[in-house]
Design a protein around this ligand. Sequence first.
Ligand SMILES: C=C(O[C@@H]1C=C(C(=O)O)C=C[C@H]1O)C(=O)O
Length: 357
Amino acid sequence: MTADNLSALRQAIDDIDDHILDLLNQRASVVVEVGKAKAGQSKDFYVPSRERAIYERLTAANPGPFPSEAIRKVFREIISASLSLEQPMKVAFLGPQGTFTHAAAMQQFGFSAQLMPQKSIPAIFEEVARGRAPYGVVPVENSTEGVVSHTLDMFMESELKINAEIMLGISHFLMSRSGRMTDIKKVVSHPQPLAQCRKWLEENLPDVPLVDVGSTALAAQMALEDESFGAIASEMAATLYGLQVVKERIEDNPNNFTRFLVIGTNTPERSGRDKTSLMFNIKDQPGILYRMLEPFSKREINLSKIESRPMKKKAWEYIFFLDIEGHIDDEPITAAVTELRDYCQFLKVLGSYPRAR
Ligand SMILES: C=C(O[C@@H]1C=C(C(=O)O)C=C[C@H]1O)C(=O)O
């Protein structure tokens, strides 16, 4: 390639970039107009279902060679930056910086959002309920370890609604100050990642004691303080805290996903591919468990999750959490929920929101 040829190609890239920049500005101006129109109708500015539709439409329409996997990331940032023109989007999440919830919040809201780390799951509910952040991100279940009971318990007392769900592939990294396995005398992490790496730890660090701490990010901070600590945390935590990766991807099951919820004060409109989460307590009667599912099965409504938790106020009474496919405004769902209500002492719709996949 000659120098002339290279500079001609670079000139072509500059021209295209100018064009992209011009289009980004045109797009941002339209988003501002949409924001004004929504404010006039007191509608939420942030619409996760519309964002999902944009990612899916563009990924399907992409002729290449630009990689389809990158489309969501690029448009995530374009949308995030446009949303911040109105006002920085404040999002409370389970901190400190570098937790998996931080990564989930970033995946959903992008770099232009103002992510606000909180010390506990109740603190996130509190920030949103008090209006200090319009949205919060909380973990709710892991594909290998099951539900995050703190989050389910919070819905018993809170009136907040689920606005979206986020699925995040979870990969655990072992990290330390030196990056040498032989320096590690203790392994620190949150109990869930420790459990998810049990086999790897038994095989590779059999005599090293394991220490539970409140979060993976806290574990990373401890490893930064003490060279003899190995922390199990996200790749993001290693970068953020400047730790050396000892071993990548040490989870026993590589098919490890965590589901997070975006909580807010309103219920999003139907998107056509939604999920509804319900919470209820049934009256104690013979055959009641069977009957509570009948309103759904006879309408062929798909259940994606059922979970029960002890009701703290009364021994041996249970609260059920049910996820069903569809939006509460869909006629069969409204009818099934109305029917179920008859068997319940109480029933709460935790939200209808776009399905992640
Ligand atoms: C512009 C809108 O509002 C927000 C911004 C979006 C965008 O930049 O495309 C998409 C959805 C909303 O979160 C809209 O609802 O269309």
